[in-house]
Ligand binder design. Sequence first.
Ligand SMILES: [Mg+2]
Length: 355
Amino acid sequence: MIITKADVKVVKAPLVSPFRISSGQHDELQNVFLRIKLCSGVEGFGEAAVATHITGETVPVTLLNLKEASRALKGRDISDYRVICQEFRSFFKNNHAALAAFEMAVLDAWCRSQKMPLWKLFGKRAQRFSTDITIVIGTLKEAEEGVRDFYKRGFRVFKIKIGRDEGEDLLRVKAVARLAPRAKIILDANQAYDSRRMLEFLSMLRSVHIVPQLLEQPVPRDDWEGLAELTRESGILVCADESVKSLEDARKAVGLQAVSAINIKFMKSGILEAEEIVRFARSHGIKLMMGAMMESALSITAAAHFTAGLGDFDFVDLDTTFFIKGPFSRTPVIDKRGYFDVSKETSGIGLKIKM
Ligand SMILES: [Mg+2]
């Protein structure tokens, strides 16, 4: 089963509202898609979600790298999919969004050629699960509207982005706790605090009886001591996101006892290394979150297969399709309340993209 064709394309889609975090924002979705085609006519699709304000990667470089890789892919046999993915890893050394798209398309094409759903590469059954929903950085009124809407729809885990202004952070977290009384709260500072200020912030929350379930990336990614201090002293789960982008980073985080949880994202490590990080973290008692960058339905559905197949993720943050308008937000595997079920998919990721 020979790969005969590969195309790359930049896809844009509007967002419902800007997706704002402490380090920057997305005003629209602008991702790079890869389609590969086998001699049998079977196709495979991949998506690179470029988050320049988080990873420094850019759309033009991602496009260029994927185009070059596409040319080199032609003539290869898809049944060597593991070898192909291994071989191309170094090619995408500083461009892991492109690596993720590449692996996604190769694995999708392989699974489709076998008439097998993607989740079967990762486990024996497809577990169902639900995602949290993100309250992005914004005004108190925007936060209140977001919480009311999603709480009414049935969401019960809210991930609140913090880190632009401590006073406003406090008001927004209190608003979520008030308007979503039965919901769990996750905080994500995207590196914006230091450990002392974060401990103070948590104690202010505790004084009004708010205890977040998990604290994500409170301090800059290289501040391992700050992470370790928070893990020791905060009394809550501390999760690495920007600090852990590879298996090597995960080993370091575990070795330093810096965190109690890791956020796994295809765009940070590619798909196959993401699986290695999951297995490593589990063997060391580290909790896991499955997360995403600003990924459209294709990549989110692929991540859902991964989550369902590996099973037992402690936290799932695959909510970006709720922030995207139009066809790139649509996937049959998520319902309106954020529940995922990939068990009915029969072939690959299950989505076809017009290119
Ligand atoms: Mg994060």
